[in-house]
Write a protein that binds this ligand. Structure first.
Ligand code: SF4
Length: 349
């Protein structure tokens, strides 16, 4: 799979075809301003160039197609078919303040086996290419939807896919998507080497760590990767991120009734974060409501609203900054941990 995005490949192809450099700008204008995604529909280009590019890249500049969508009050879930028939999902969310946010996938399926997660049941099929990641954003953009913010919290562990880094370059490139890195959020269950790479290469991109338990033994049961990268190692990497970027990092904490929502859990979580010293002021805890799904390896329940707020109060009383996140799209199985591409075709390797 190429580690460069298609726009760099097109630029190189144009050079090899002996086309003038402004031809590349014309293509970018067509895609990103006029929302034209077929070479054959770019009349500014000479016919022989259109034909040569279509022969090399295919006529369409979109490597996926929408095969199904479901709407809820504030969230739309889209099922996309990739060119090899695999299926992935992305969610478009509309906040009441008018903000449009997108949750994109980085892998077809996922191989990390987190016990509460629907995507885990699909197992890892493959990494998405940088183009397949960016094309989810392009799909929404050409429909005229503003890309106010993007999080890589859809299907897959974003940092397990090296193509994510190419996609981030593409999304933030001033001649391409031109998105501010501060509008992008990468979520991870704690892949320490790739977290350090993100700190180095994209320090302005937001980082969210899915913690879910302050106790290593329990976290390893919920998130098996914890056996390889225990909480201390991940917090060390987050310390380094904060020291390098001076930016806030987010601790996602999925509340599971009777599992990780006790006062002891709140106290141990607060103790772990306060133990980081000066860095703690830049740690922000996001409490997530669990969304029931039928695919996860284990069934968990969501605590009552009163208990969720009680848990928040326990943390806030220690001085931590905490937000209870709103849950969008629960009724269409589009909420966090629910993406499964359940309408997918059977694909045999
Ligand atoms: S929670 Fe994330 S890393 Fe874990 S199985 Fe699900 S998609 Fe993969």
């Amino acid at each position: 799979m190429p580690r460069v995005h298609r726009y760099a490949q097109i630029q190189e192809a144009l050079r090899q075809l002996g086309a003038a450099p402004y031809r590349f700008q014309q293509i970018l204008e067509a895609v990103f301003r006029q929302h034209v995604l077929q070479f054959s529909a770019m009349p500014a280009l000479p016919g022989r160039l259109r034909t040569a590019l279509a022969e090399q890249f295919g006529d369409s500049l979109l490597a996926l197609r929408s095969v199904q969508s479901s709407q809820a009050a504030q969230a739309d879930k889209h099922l996309f078919a990739l060119e090899d028939g695999r299926r992935i999902e992305a969610v478009a969310m509309r906040y009441r303040a008018g903000w449009h946010s997108y949750c994109l996938s980085t892998q077809a399926g996922c191989g990390f086996g987190c016990r509460f997660c629907a995507t885990a049941a699909m197992r890892l099929q493959r990494n998405l290419s940088a183009d397949e990641i960016c094309d989810q954003a392009l799909y929404f953009r050409v429909q005229g939807q503003p890309l106010d913010s993007i999080s890589f919290m859809g299907m897959g562990e974003a940092l397990a896919n090296p193509n994510l880094f190419t996609a981030l370059e593409c999304l933030t490139h001033s001649r391409l998507f031109a998105l501010s890195p501060r509008r992008l959020t990468v979520s991870t269950i704690g892949l320490v080497p790739a977290m350090r790479q993100l700190t180095e290469q994209h320090p302005q991109v937001n980082l969210t760590f899915s913690l879910h338990s302050p106790f290593n033994e329990q976290r390893s049961q919920l998130i098996p990767l914890n056996r390889k990268y225990p909480i201390e190692d991940v917090l060390d990497a987050l310390d380094a991120h904060v020291a390098h970027t001076h930016r806030k990092v987010y601790m996602a904490y999925l509340l599971l009734e009777g599992v990780n929502d006790s006062r002891q859990h709140a106290a141990a979580l607060a103790e772990r974060l306060h133990a980081r010293g000066r860095q703690t002021r830049l740690f922000h805890v996001n409490l997530l409501r669990h969304n029931a799904n039928t695919f996860a390896a284990e069934r968990f329940a969501r605590p009552s609203e009163a208990h969720i707020h009680q848990f928040r109060d326990w943390l806030e009383q220690t001085g931590l900054k905490v937000t209870v996140r709103s849950s969008f799209g629960d009724e269409i199985q589009a909420a966090c941990g629910q993406l499964h591409a359940s309408a997918q075709e059977v694909v045999v390797d």
